[in-house]
Ligand binder design. Structure first.
Ligand SMILES: [Zn+2]
Length: 399
């Protein structure tokens, strides 16, 4: 990690460093001359900073590039093995983790059972998982640049505090401090949907989108918002509670204590509850309901059509508010499939303001268990690449 900037000179140097690191990452490979040209930095500054990056092992000199006569230039590229990060998703009863290089290629994956919901037990269990992943990844502990953790609820990313977690019943737990004291590496925590959203920004090849929204469907309904290239977290980490937008004041009771939240009509549990009324009392779970739809049950199909319309409406509202380039739909719930998503798209097209829909893409992500852990890993990767002027709050301990 960078040390905390001590003065203007250090600050400017670390801003320039992050600018160069980002261009090298985005371009794949690039010469020093091109770097100076693209960033407006002087050739001397480019040489000094890239020299440091090479020394740190984050950048390396690659085979020569094209040249119009004369000596071909030496190309610089990001060294994905210049450092390693661990991402962990903390969920009910277990934690799932992965160790990756700086390109988010997975070296090893592992999961661990959480014996109880106590803070101390959970910290010890997470330390155990991190040590196991370091060993399974075959790296040295000092090559680990940080640990990112995603969990449900309201998380103050800047302070490293879990303000409220519905699964563990935690309130104002300083999880980063507790873990850093035990592991002696920087630890970052965030709401799990935010980590997933960051993953979309940092792990996709090429230049990341600057304005996009991620919606997760499953046990709950979550949302991550990227505005002008930055995650929007709100004043204390609570932004993006799409699941708790009220859609029916007389609707079912929600876990949050209110009535008629989107989640009460669109979560896995809500759809199964409705199916038990209109399809069959013995619908066991969402997969069972999907199977019935695929077998031709019209009432089952109608549930997914209505659910798709409900989500399509909300996406139209979101596009009217944020005008994003891209809406990504992710989470376990995407297995609802074509009937659901064609209703989403047609309702969206009817509900969005004329002129806003044309260049907004709705993308349904492929889904796997790794995605949560990779998202959490990208919390650390983002910190490595982000400019110091974009950093939020918390000072990271020096190693
Ligand atoms: Zn609610």
């Amino acid at each position: 990690m960078n040390p905390i900037p001590r003065g203007n000179r250090d600050l400017i140097r670390s801003i320039n460093r992050s600018i160069l690191l980002n261009v090298i990452k985005t371009e794949g490979e690039v010469s020093r001359v091109a770097l100076a040209h693209m960033t407006g930095l002087s050739p001397a500054t480019v040489t000094t900073i890239t020299g440091q990056l090479i020394q740190e092992g984050l950048v390396f000199e690659k085979a020569t590039g094209d040249s119009t006569g004369g000596r071909p230039p030496i190309m610089l590229a990001l060294n994905p093995r210049g450092g390693f990060v661990i991402g962990i998703k903390l969920m009910e009863g277990k934690a799932v983790g992965a160790i990756t290089d700086l390109n988010a290629s997975i070296l090893a994956k592992d999961a661990i059972i959480l014996p109880d919901k106590q803070v101390n037990t959970s910290v010890e269990t997470l330390v155990k998982l991190v040590n196991r992943l370091v060993q399974q990844g075959g790296i040295k502990k000092k090559q680990l640049m940080g640990v990112g953790i995603g969990l449900a609820g309201v998380v103050d990313f800047a302070q490293g505090i879990v303000k409220q977690n519905p699964i563990f019943g935690w309130k104002n737990v300083n999880l980063c401090e507790l873990l850093e004291a035990r592991m002696r590496v920087p630890v970052y925590i965030d709401n799990d949907v935010n980590t997933l959203t960051l993953g979309e920004k940092w792990l996709e090849p090429g230049k990341p989108e600057d304005n996009f929204i991620v919606i997760t469907l499953g046990r709950g309904i979550g949302m991550g918002i990227v505005i002008n290239g930055q995650i929007y977290r709100g004043k204390g980490g609570g932004a993006g509670e799409l699941g708790h937008i009220m859609v029916d004041p007389n609707g079912p009771k929600c876990d949050c204590g209110r009535q008629g939240c989107l989640e009460t009509l669109l979560s896995d549990r809500a759809l199964v509850a409705e199916a038990r009324q209109v399809v069959s009392a013995d619908v066991s779970d969402l997969d069972d309901l999907i199977a019935r739809m695929k077998a031709g049950d019209q009432n089952a199909a109608l549930i997914f059509t209505k659910a798709g319309q409900l989500l399509g409406h909300q996406i139209a509202n979101l596009v009217n508010l944020f005008d994003p380039k891209l809406i990504i739909i992710s989470g376990e719930g995407i297995r609802m499939g074509d009937v659901f998503f064609s209703a989403v798209r047609s309702t969206f097209n009817e509900g969005v303001m004329p002129g806003l829909a044309e260049d907004t893409e709705i993308r349904v992500n492929s889904w796997g268990d790794d995605i949560w852990a990779l998202g959490a890993a990208s919390l650390v990767i983002a910190e490595i690449f982000i400019s110091p002027i974009q950093k939020e709050g918390r000072a990271i301990p020096n190693r």
